[in-house]
Design a binder for this molecule. Sequence first.
Ligand SMILES: O=C(CO)COP(=O)(O)O
Length: 258
Amino acid sequence: MTTRTPLMAGNWKMNLNHLEAIAHVQKLAFALTEKDYEAVEVAVLPPFTDLRSVQTLIDGDKLKIKYGAQDVSSHESGAYTGEISGAMLAKLNCTYVAIGHSERRQYHGEDEPLVNAKVKAAFQHGLTPILCVGEELEVREAGNHVAHTLAQVDGALKDVPQKDVATIVVAYEPVWAIGTGKTCGEEDAQEVCGAIRGRIRELYDEETAEAVRIQYGGSVKAGNVAKIMAQPDIDGALVGGASLDAEEFVKIVRFRDQ
Ligand SMILES: O=C(CO)COP(=O)(O)O
């Protein structure tokens, strides 16, 4: 039996300014109860400009909501205009950082070596990567979705030590299911998430594979989360659009009641 704690993370993407962020986290904090936090880990990934406000609210009121960023630089510091370092995120007490989201791969040319460097940069600063992987529609239609996704996992974890990998979160997000309303069927999602765990077992060992949490992401809503979470290798959801609606996100956290 698995002892992995489910992780429900809201990827806000480029939405909510710092004032809206405060209001949103307050709504979540008001609705979530001790019982929720015992059963599920809840995290938000706001834009960089919101992080200080979110930190002040969460730390100040000792809220049990975790938070993190949507990206991190592969560089330590210096002349990298527009970049945000792992050290800066660690200083704001971030727990998580999303790395290699398909929108970064697609619009910012992030490739495997860069994703790998970002994963290492995150670990160097005690941040837990939420490593995002997943295939485009053409790849799925050609039947290459498992091989494609596993190649992304291999590339991202190259030379990453076992003790670090045991703490990582992998988010399987088929690109064609993101923001489209098309969810991957739960059995199709399980096929890939199971293969990801299998690959970690091959690359490392059983214990590491069992420790890693694997999320599904792509049009997750209160209405479909329970079926997704019933799959043996799915340990949470990375939620985009639906995480911007506090009531809906709380329902997703309470997936067992849906
Ligand atoms: O990309 C996603 C989360 O990182 C998924 O976005 P949606 O939930 O809006 O489909």
